[in-house]
Design a protein around this ligand. Structure first.
Ligand SMILES: [Zn+2]
Length: 364
C-alpha cells in the first residue's frame, strides 16, 4: 500500500496520488531514456516541460502533470526545458535519422560516397560516423552499398528485358568507375591517356545463368571475357583489373544477342561457341589456353598432360597458373583440367561450378 504524501494539501494530494500510481512517474523517477518520445512531463512550479530522461532535479510529484506531445504541453502554458530540449530530437533519434539519411544517400548514388562525404553529411567525425553506422545497421557503409547494389541488380533483371539496362539501372557505371580510379592509377586523366593512342573500347553486360552471375565482354576483335561468380560487382572489378586501360561501354540491342549466344553456350558447351574470341595473355598462357581448347566436351585432361602437350613437361605449376588466369570461362575450358588422381582441384570460378559443368558435359 502506498502512503499519501505527508505534507500535501488536499487538492495536490489527489494529483500526487494519481501521479504516484501512473507508470509514467516511475519512468520519470528512473530517468528512463527508453520512455523518451512516448510522453512528456511538466512541472507546475517551474513552468517547463521535460522528456522523461531529463537529468534535472526530480520535481515533487504533486507538481507534475503528463502530456502526450510537446504541443499539448505548450498549449497548457509550459515551455520546453533548456536542459533536455524536449522539443528537439533525442540523441538516439537524431543518430538514427542521420544514419537513415546516409543510407538514402548511398542508395541514390551511382558511386559509393566516400566516408568523408557521408560523415560530413551527418555532421560527425569519420570515426564516430563509421562506428554509429555499423552500430545501427550492422554493416559498414561499404558493405551496405554492396548489399544494396546486388539486390538492385537482381530486382532489375527480373523486370528488365535488357541486361545492360539492368546493370546501368543498378548504378554499375563501369566507365565512370574506371574514371574515378584512373587518376591515381595513370597519373593523368583517361582522355589524356587515350590521346596517346592507348585504350580499347569494350562492351559488356552482366546477366544470370544457371551457374550464377555471368559477365560477357567484347572488344572490337571478339569476346574478350566470360566471367562467372556470385557478385555482379566483383565480376566488374575483375573485368576492370584485366583491362585497366579499356573504356567500358554499355551494350546495345545487338550486343544483347551476343550475350544471349554466350549464355546459351555456357548452358550447353557441347554446341560450341560460334563467335570470334579475343584471347589476350602471355605467350605461355596462350599456348596453354590453345591446348585446353582441344579438349572436347565430356572429356578431361590432367595438368601434366597439358604441360606435355605444349612441350613444357616440367611446367605443371605454370599450367595450373595459366588455367587460373583464364579470362574466358567455358570458352577456354579450363574446367576440363583435373588432377592426376582425377580429383577436381581448384577452379577460378569456384569448384561447385566446375563440378556442375563437368556433370552437364558428361550427360551430353
Ligand atoms: Zn528537462
Amino acid at each position: 500500500m502506498k502512503e499519501p504524501p505527508v505534507n500535501a494539501t488536499e487538492k495536490p494530494a489527489i494529483n500526487a496520488a494519481t501521479t504516484l500510481d501512473d507508470p509514467r512517474w516511475a519512468a520519470v523517477a528512473a530517468r528512463d531514456a527508453s520512455a523518451d518520445g512516448s510522453f512528456f512531463y511538466a512541472v507546475k512550479t517551474t513552468g517547463v516541460y521535460c522528456r522523461p530522461s531529463c537529468a534535472s532535479r526530480l520535481a515533487r510529484l504533486e507538481h507534475v502533470s503528463f502530456f502526450d506531445s510537446c504541443d499539448a504541453a505548450e498549449a497548457a502554458g509550459f515551455r520546453p526545458c533548456r536542459r533536455c530540449k524536449p522539443d528537439q530530437m533525442s540523441l538516439a533519434a537524431l543518430h538514427a535519422a542521420k544514419v537513415t539519411e546516409a543510407c538514402r544517400m548511398i542508395e541514390q548514388s551511382v558511386h559509393l560516397p566516400t566516408l568523408a562525404e557521408l560523415a560530413q553529411l551527418a555532421g560527425l567525425s569519420h570515426y564516430h560516423f563509421h562506428r554509429l553506422f555499423k552500430q545501427i545497421t550492422g554493416l559498414t557503409p561499404r558493405q551496405y552499398a554492396q548489399a544494396h547494389r546486388t539486390r538492385r541488380v537482381h530486382d532489375a533483371l527480373t523486370q528488365s528485358e535488357s541486361v545492360t539496362a539492368a546493370v546501368y539501372q543498378a548504378g554499375f557505371n563501369a566507365s565512370s568507375r574506371f574514371y574515378e580510379k584512373s587518376d591515381a592509377v595513370l597519373g593523368m586523366t583517361p582522355s589524356a591517356y587515350r590521346a596517346g593512342g592507348i585504350g580499347t573500347a569494350i562492351r559488356f553486360a552482366i546477366g544470370q545463368c544457371s551457374l550464377g552471375a555471368i559477365l560477357v565482354a567484347q572488344s572490337p576483335r571478339g569476346i574478350c571475357a566470360i566471367l562467372l561468380g556470385d557478385d555482379p560487382e566483383e565480376l566488374l572489378r575483375d573485368l576492370q583489373d584485366r583491362f585497366p586501360r579499356a573504356e567500358f561501354i554499355g551494350g546495345d540491342a545487338n550486343y544483347e544477342k551476343v550475350v544471349a549466344t554466350v549464355v546459351g553456350f555456357v548452358e550447353a558447351p557441347g554446341i560450341g561457341l560460334d563467335l570470334p574470341l579475343d584471347i589476350r595473355g602471355t605467350a605461355f598462357q596462350q599456348r596453354v589456353w590453345e591446348a585446353l581448347r582441344t579438349i572436347p566436351a565430356g572429356a578431361t585432361a590432367t595438368y601434366t598432360e597439358i604441360a606435355r602437350r605444349i612441350g613444357a613437361p616440367d611446367a605443371v605449376r605454370a599450367v595450373a597458373g595459366a588455367c587460373a588466369a583464364n579470362p574466358l570461362a567455358v570458352a577456354i575450358p579450363c574446367h576440363r583440367v583435373v588432377r592426376l588422381d582425377g580429383s577436381l582441384s581448384g577452379y577460378r570460378w569456384g569448384i561447385a561450378r566446375k563440378c556442375a559443368l563437368l556433370e552437364r558435359e558428361a550427360e551430353q
